[in-house]
Design a protein around this ligand. Structure first.
Ligand code: FES
Length: 177
């Protein structure tokens, strides 16, 4: 069964991913503080931390699922939900908030029809919020993957999203503005 595509364009099977996970568990299970690196590697391998991965890591580290889930929820860089191709993070730090960050967030939520922490059905976009990306002078700021977008205007969110969208409907609606 093909469940994932890597950047080289080759499909990776679930069995291959699980084999890599087993290697990660083996490498880290006897190390002090090995759980977090193992979770990080697992998230890189799978793109997120699905239940079956969390279960297997808990077993491998001889911990309860609740313990492992507690560690995952403590660190914001872990996610138990699949992320989209584009991770959209809206800054809600003070400068961005007072300069319209909240309106930007609301416009993106409406445009993508998802809430914070969710991913669009086509797995193109995930939406999160941040607390200052170090570009306060250019607020409001949005990050999409590793790129920073400054002075984002709520009224122009359709165009903003359309530059990433491959979904025809999103592109067309963005072009209308
Ligand atoms: S508050 Fe948004 S970049 Fe600093």
């Amino acid at each position: 069964m093909s469940i994932s595509s890597c950047t080289c364009g080759q499909d990776v099977t679930e069995t291959e991913l699980m084999t890599r996970l087993e290697e990660v568990i083996k490498e880290n299970k006897d190390k002090a503080g090995g759980l977090i690196p193992a979770l990080q590697m697992a998230q890189i391998i799978f793109g997120y931390l699905p239940d079956m991965v969390v279960d297997r890591i808990a077993e491998g580290f001889n911990k309860t699922i609740t313990e492992v889930a507690g560690v995952i929820s403590f660190y914001s860089f872990f996610t138990r939900n699949p992320r989209g191709k584009y991770l959209v993070r809206v800054c809600l730090g003070t400068a961005c908030y007072v300069r319209g960050g909240k309106e930007v967030l609301e416009a993106i939520k409406k445009r993508l029809e998802i809430d914070v922490g969710e991913t669009t059905e086509d797995r193109q976009f995930s939406l999160e919020v941040g607390r200052c990306f170090g570009a306060c002078g250019m607020a409001p700021v949005v990050m999409v993957n590793d790129e920073t977008y400054q002075r984002v205007k709520p009224a122009r969110i359709n165009e903003f999203i359309a530059q990433f969208a491959t979904d025809e409907e999103l592109v067309l609606e963005g072009e209308e503005k």
